[in-house]
Design a protein around this ligand. Sequence first.
Ligand SMILES: NC(=O)c1ccc[n+]([C@@H]2O[C@H](COP(=O)([O-])OP(=O)(O)OC[C@H]3O[C@@H](n4cnc5c(N)ncnc54)[C@H](OP(=O)(O)O)[C@@H]3O)[C@@H](O)[C@H]2O)c1
Length: 302
Amino acid sequence: MLNPNTRILITGCGGMLGDAVYKTFNPICTVRATDIDLNEKWLSSLDVRDTEALEKSIQEFKPQYLFHLAALTDVEYCETHPDEAFTTNTIAVDNAAELCRKYDATMVYISTAGIFDGRQDSYTDYDLPRPLSVYAQAKYAGEVFLQQFLQPRYFIFRAGWMMGGGPKKDKKFVNKVIKQLKAGKKELFVVDDKLGTPTYTNNFAENMRAVIDADAYGLYNMVCDGSCSRLDVSREMIKILGLEQKIKITKVDSSHWQKEYFAPRPPSEKLIDWRLHAKGLHRMRDWKECLREYLTEYDWGI
Ligand SMILES: NC(=O)c1ccc[n+]([C@@H]2O[C@H](COP(=O)([O-])OP(=O)(O)OC[C@H]3O[C@@H](n4cnc5c(N)ncnc54)[C@H](OP(=O)(O)O)[C@@H]3O)[C@@H](O)[C@H]2O)c1
């Protein structure tokens, strides 16, 4: 049971998910939050590629849990820098897992819906991944290693299209649309041939807490209820922001954005949270409700 004496070391905590994870776990446990990008006063410096530094941090802080959030998450950057992608997203995970075993800490790893090839409509926790991009290959290699090496005491949580972190930290679709609006764009060109399941960071962190609290080890798909296309997300955003009369959304296919988003992506990365449901640990909410909550939580300056 998580309590104030539970010690959690978090890597990559300065990112969009780290923000929610910190806010969820810091009030109930003893947390040391780290990142290479020190964008908050509660962060201390730790580069996960530096295994000696990670070991030193574990020796000093003596965590019961290592929440390993650190990753290179720009899919195009990973595609053009595969060595860096594998060093950060796989080898550092491998080394962290070894340290968890050595110091008896439970590892928590965040994986992605992007590890599937999209030939199926949707994927349960038990479907076989076939990653297409370098990012997805590197993340999946981390999953496989953890499962082999830390069996049975690990947690792997697979997220979908992440929404969270606000204007400062959100690097993904919601903030990309917001940035276009802020730049004065009156027409948005959005793809309808990419399907997925949005995942609200605050809701994801709450569900992580429920699963970890229950000591229900293993791998979980963990995405919001409902699924959609990118086009659906943009339409919902414009509706929530009350901009329907001002902004036109034009439906395009992925070839429209091929130059900017050249890394291969599955046509569908829709996940089904089977295991969470089966174990009575499902706390994920409807994606539209979460999107509304997320957009109203911040001043986006539009
Ligand atoms: N965003 C999504 O849609 C999504 C979906 C599924 C799974 N995930 C996974 O969720 C986890 C959290 O990602 P996120 O969405 O919060 O992305 P994020 O905002 O990019 O956060 C990742 C954090 O890790 C940091 N980092 C990168 N290299 C590092 C290193 N060598 N040592 C320590 N920290 C390092 C990043 O710093 P920089 O910003 O300086 O790179 C960033 O602050 C990742 O494991 C990611 O693969 C994300």
